[in-house]
Design a protein around this ligand. Structure first.
Ligand code: KIV
Ligand code: ZN
Length: 383
């Protein structure tokens, strides 16, 4: 059966760039946008054009160089924001305006001091106005995660009527549980009359560490776009991590879902974003962390040396990592020591290994990690 296609909407350069102290200049954004295009993302959210002249200019320049992806500009449901976003997208081959407004009781009361009817009216007018500039208009119902499903369905129906092509259902505060978020998407698909005219998009934040799980629950329940960032960067605890959702779909054929992403570029792209922003990736980060394919305990190392699949569910080559790493520490066994010694030209016999191993342990207890340069010294000392 042909796989269903899930669009990847990358917001590294907009929501991702909202990380304090990680601002990028236009040149850095251009390098990242080019890479995202090569990676195969379907939409690049290039910025929030009305927010500053720098952001406006970045969206203009990114629009000029992106070849395949749609280029998207964010706006509030405010006429001037939308007009400025449209101007910034003038050179985009496939422009998209992303406009919207808060729909939860909290946003309606505290942010807008407004009413549900008025919020629908403002959203409707915003989408209609955006449609005068571009065909592709995405509407976000900010804080949809905490918005009552019945009202959210009404909002979605009206926005599709106004011409929205994509309905973004953000869990802005990262509050939802996967089951709850999945049910929200299901509810919309079952209760919004004109839903077949639009795509539902997941946009999940990671405040409770559930952004990836929620996005996956969303697509399992029928959403067909995921909004995410490289390395999961973004406001507060971040956004859904692109590499995680892409590899979940790849590694679970039973989901019958796939993306356009060239996964072999994931590791390099992660490094590019991390270096450009000066924001290190946590070593235990799934897929792209330094330890994602590193094994240090003796039991695991022995297994991986015999057959990589004993302790790895992803082939590191598939995400652009050269090979699994066998890290020598005091937790390592003889198999790991023999393996690493062989890699640098020492083919140790069983008897030799029996002599070298105790010396290795002594050294490892003091030095934590034993890198290749110390192995010859340890061997010389013991044989
Ligand atoms: O998290 C959110 O609600 C957003 C919207 C502006 C799309 O980033
Ligand atoms: Zn967001």
């Amino acid at each position: 059966m042909a796989k269903d296609f899930v669009r990847i909407f990358d917001t590294t350069l907009r929501d991702g760039e909202q990380v304090p102290g990680c601002k990028l200049n236009t040149d850095q954004k251009l390098v990242i946008a080019k890479r995202l295009d090569e990676l195969g993302v379907d939409v690049i959210e290039a910025g929030f054009p009305v927010s500053s002249p720098g952001d406006f200019n970045s969206v203009v320049e990114i629009s000029k160089i992106v070849k395949n992806a749609s280029v998207c500009g964010l706006s509030r449901a405010v006429k001037n924001d939308i007009k400025v976003a449209a101007e910034a997208l003038e050179y985009a081959k496939k422009p998209r305006i992303h406009t919207g407004i808060g729909t939860s009781d909290s946003h309606i009361k505290h942010k807008f001091n407004s009413s549900k009817d008025k919020i629908i009216e403002i959203g409707f007018e915003a989408v209609k106005y955006a449609k005068t500039f571009v065909y592709d208009v995405e509407f976000y119902a900010e804080d949809a995660g905490r918005t009552d499903n019945d009202f959210l369905a009404k909002v979605c129906e009206k926005m599709i009527e106004a011409g929205a092509t994509v309905l973004n259902i953000p869990d802005t505060t990262g509050y939802c549980l996967p089951e709850e978020y999945g049910q929200k998407i299901k509810y919309l698909l079952e209760n919004v009359k004109n839903i077949e005219k639009a795509t539902i998009s997941c946009h999940c934040h990671n405040d409770l560490g559930l952004a990836t799980a929620n996005s996956i629950a969303g697509i399992i329940n029928g959403a067909r776009q995921i909004e995410c960032t490289i390395n999961g960067i973004g406001e507060r605890a971040g956004n859904t991590s692109l590499e995680e959702v892409v590899m979940i779909m790849r590694q679970h054929p039973a989901l019958n879902l796939d993306t356009n992403i060239n996964s072999k570029l994931l590791f390099d792209t992660s490094n590019l974003v991390s270096d450009s922003m000066g924001m290190p990736v946590q070593p235990n980060k799934a897929i792209v962390g330094a330890n994602a394919f590193a094994h240090s305990s003796g039991i695991h190392q022995d297994g991986v040396i015999k057959n990589r699949e004993t302790y790895e569910i992803i082939d590191p080559h598939d995400v652009g990592v050269n090979e699994s790493a066998i890290i020598l520490t005091a937790r390592s066994g003889r198999a790991a020591l023999a393996y690493r010694a062989k890699k640098i030209g020492y083919n140790l016999s069983k008897d030799e290994l029996d002599l070298v191993y105790p010396e290795f342990l002594k050294f490892a207890d003091i030095n934590k990690e034993v890198t290749d340069k110390y192995i010859p010294e340890i061997i010389k000392k013991s044989i």
